[in-house]
Design a protein around this ligand. Structure first.
Ligand SMILES: C[S@@+](CC[C@H](N)C(=O)[O-])C[C@H]1O[C@@H](n2cnc3c(N)ncnc32)[C@H](O)[C@@H]1O
Length: 331
């Protein structure tokens, strides 16, 4: 199981940026108070702008949200690389880049990145952080101008900075959203709108059909989970918080006007979209491969180990039997 870790440069930047605010990275109680305030703000004002002018917001964004969103973005960019989703000849535009949790990864793919950010406070912290990565050529723009050569990217900024009408003009779109029921289901609906406008779903979906979780369930929402290994200073902050991140969850979408490269017959390729559930005599997990809401299962008598985890692409080979909504691998 892969564990995502912060790179040294980012840990250093967290320390440097906190110092500018007069806070040491080891002052975990002070930092956790700021995180709690930020979290309460997001819960009470789900559609409000991030209040960057407040020092508690700056502390929380630097020490808590930047590291976590950086790791979420790393997972999504890893998936994008695996699928050859990024076309370096497109122009990358990121909306609401904040401190650059996603930009820092996009800088490894695109020679130039354009970004829109309404907060100049966020931008000045960002400029310092991105400077530590010399290779990234970044340009702040005031207006979102999308054309058929654009790759438009969002990390936790779609609700605040949505511009769906412009999105449909793009070549490709990468969106990371919170893994809440509401945000994830809105993303699943946006996926359908984009398909109707001529886009192909590259990930997490492995098909162009309607989303099975929207079609057959009111309560399911598509989200993923990554395993993380956080440094001691971060765990120190979490110690004071009522919520901990043993694993990190996220919802995401990769869409493009380009046709995804599918080397296998489409219905053999499935995405594991649920945690592995242990039931009497079998292990099973929710999968996505088309419009049906289906599970993939393995009987314990055939194998004690379920070979996949949430987020994996699995290839269905061997003898598969369909039992109700279950695809069962015969041992
Ligand atoms: C929740 S923060 C996410 C920041 C960063 N992308 C991340 O993943 O950590 C949302 C960001 O979007 C910015 N934002 C909100 N509305 C915007 C708009 N209309 N245009 C550009 N940026 C916007 C906010 O200032 C804030 O920095």
């Amino acid at each position: 199981m892969k564990k995502y870790k912060l790179p040294t440069f980012l840990e250093n930047q967290v320390e440097v940026q906190l110092k500018k605010l007069g806070i040491g990275i080891a002052e975990s109680k002070k930092i956790s108070d700021a995180v709690l305030r930020m979290s309460d703000f997001y819960i009470q004002n789900p559609d409000a702008q991030t209040p960057w002018k407040e020092s508690w917001c700056q502390v929380a964004q630097i020490a808590y949200y930047l590291p976590l969103n950086y790791l979420r973005a790393q997972y999504v960019c890893d998936e994008a690389y695996k699928l050859s989703f990024f076309d370096p000849n497109t122009n990358c535009i990121e909306v609401g880049y904040g401190l650059g949790a996603l930009t820092l990864h996009l800088g490894e793919v695109f020679r130039k990145i354009q970004g829109i950010e309404v907060s100049q406070t966020a931008h000045s912290f960002f400029q310092d952080i991105i400077k530590s990565q010399n290779s990234v050529s970044f340009n702040q723009v005031k207006k979102l101008e999308v054309d058929d050569k654009s790759c438009v990217c969002f990390s936790y900024s779609l609700t605040e900075a949505i511009s769906v009408n412009q999105l449909k003009l793009a070549d490709s779109i990468l969106i990371i959203e919170p893994s809440t029921h509401q945000d994830a289901r809105s993303l699943q609906s946006l996926r359908q709108n984009l398909i109707d406008e001529g886009f192909y779903a590259w990930a997490p979906c492995t098909h162009q059909g309607q989303c099975p979780l929207l079609l057959h369930s009111q309560k399911d929402w598509c989200h993923h989970r990554i395993h993380i290994d956080m440094p001691d200073w971060f765990l120190g902050i979490e110690k004071h918080l009522p919520f901990k991140n043993k694993t990190l969850t996220l919802s995401y979408l990769l869409m493009s006007k380009r046709v995804p490269e599918l080397s296998l017959p489409q219905r053999q390729k499935v995405r594991i979209i649920g945690d592995v559930l242990e039931e009497k005599g079998k292990s099973k997990a929710l999968i996505c491969r088309g419009e049906e809401r289906e599970f993939f299962s393995i009987l314990h008598r055939d194998s004690k180990e379920f070979p996949h985890e949430r987020g994996d692409i699995a290839v269905l080979c061997g003898e598969i039997e369909k039992k109700g909504n279950e695809l069962r691998l015969k041992g």
